[in-house]
Design a protein around this ligand. Structure first.
Ligand SMILES: N[C@@H](CCC(=O)N[C@@H](CS)C(=O)NCC(=O)O)C(=O)O
Length: 213
C-alpha cells in the first residue's frame, strides 16, 4: 500500500514532510485534512494523533506523527542514508552531529520562528490580534540564535557537516515565512554564512516544488 500522508499542503509541518518525500521521490498519497473545518480535532483523527495536529503518516499500517520523526523515518527507510540526508545508525559521531543539528533547529530556531509566524501571520489569518509586545520580544531572541548559526556555518557548509541533511531542511517551512514578515536575518549581509546556507537549501528543487504547490 502506498504511503499515506494525512495533512494539508498549506501547513508548515506537512511541508516539512513533503520536502523529504520530494528529496527522495517517495511515492505517496496525500489524504487532505481540512484544517479550517477542524477535521484534525475529529475523534477519528484524535484516535491516531491524540494532540489533534497535522501531519501523520500511515505507511502500510504503520502510523507515525511528529513531522521531524516522520522525516527521520522516511529518510532511513527510503534511501536517505545513501543520499547522505541522514547518517547510518552505526556512524556514531555523524549521528551525534546530526542530532545536534536537529536539536538546534527545534530549540534555537523553531522556538521563536514558529511563534513569530503564529503572531504575525496565522493569528491575522484566523481573525485574531497579533500580540505586538510578544513579537517585539521574540525578534532579538531569534537574532541572537541566528548569530550562533553564523558561527556554526562559518565552520561547516551545513549544520551537521559539509553534507546537507534533513536537519538543514527542517528549517525551510518556518524560515521561508520570515521574509513574509519582513524579518531578513536569513538573507542579511550581516550574517553571510547564514545567507549562503539559506540560499543553498531554499533553492533545492524539493523545496521549490513544495513551496510553490
Ligand atoms: N510538533 C508537531 C507540530 C504539528 C503542528 O503543530 N501542526 C499544526 C499545523 S502546522 C497543527 O496541527 N496545529 C493545530 C493544533 O495544534 O491544534 C509536528 O512537528 O508535527
Amino acid at each position: 500500500m502506498v504511503l499515506k500522508l494525512h495533512g494539508a499542503t498549506i501547513a508548515t509541518c506537512t511541508k516539512r514532510v513533503l520536502t523529504v518525500i520530494e528529496e527522495l521521490s517517495i511515492p505517496y498519497e496525500l489524504v487532505p485534512v481540512n484544517f479550517f473545518a477542524g477535521e484534525h480535532k475529529d475523534p477519528s483523527f484524535l484516535a491516531v494523533q491524540p494532540f489533534g495536529q497535522i501531519p501523520y503518516i500511515d505507511d502500510d499500517g504503520f502510523k507515525l506523527f511528529e513531522s521531524r520523526a516522520i522525516c527521520r523515518y522516511l529518510a532511513l527507510k527510503y534511501g536517505g542514508v545513501e543520499a547522505g540526508l541522514v547518517p547510518a545508525a552505526g556512524e556514531l559521531e555523524k549521528v551525534a552531529l546530526f542530532e545536534q543539528a536537529a536539536s538546534i533547529e527545534t530549540s534555537n530556531f523553531d522556538a521563536s520562528a514558529s511563534k513569530l509566524a503564529y503572531e504575525n501571520l496565522f493569528k491575522p489569518m484566523l481573525g485574531q490580534t497579533t500580540n505586538t509586545e510578544a513579537v517585539k520580544a521574540l525578534i532579538p531572541v531569534l537574532e541572537g540564535k541566528i548569530a550562533g548559526y553564523e558561527v556554526m556555518l562559518g565552520k561547516t557548509k551545513y549544520l551537521a557537516g559539509d553534507v546537507v541533511t534533513i536537519a538543514d531542511l527542517f528549517h525551510l517551512s518556518y524560515g521561508s515565512l520570515l521574509a513574509q514578515q519582513k524579518i531578513d536575518f536569513l538573507e542579511s549581509e550581516k550574517y553571510p554564512n547564514v545567507a549562503r546556507w539559506w540560499k543553498d537549501i531554499s533553492s533545492r528543487p524539493s523545496w521549490k516544488k513544495v513551496s510553490s504547490a
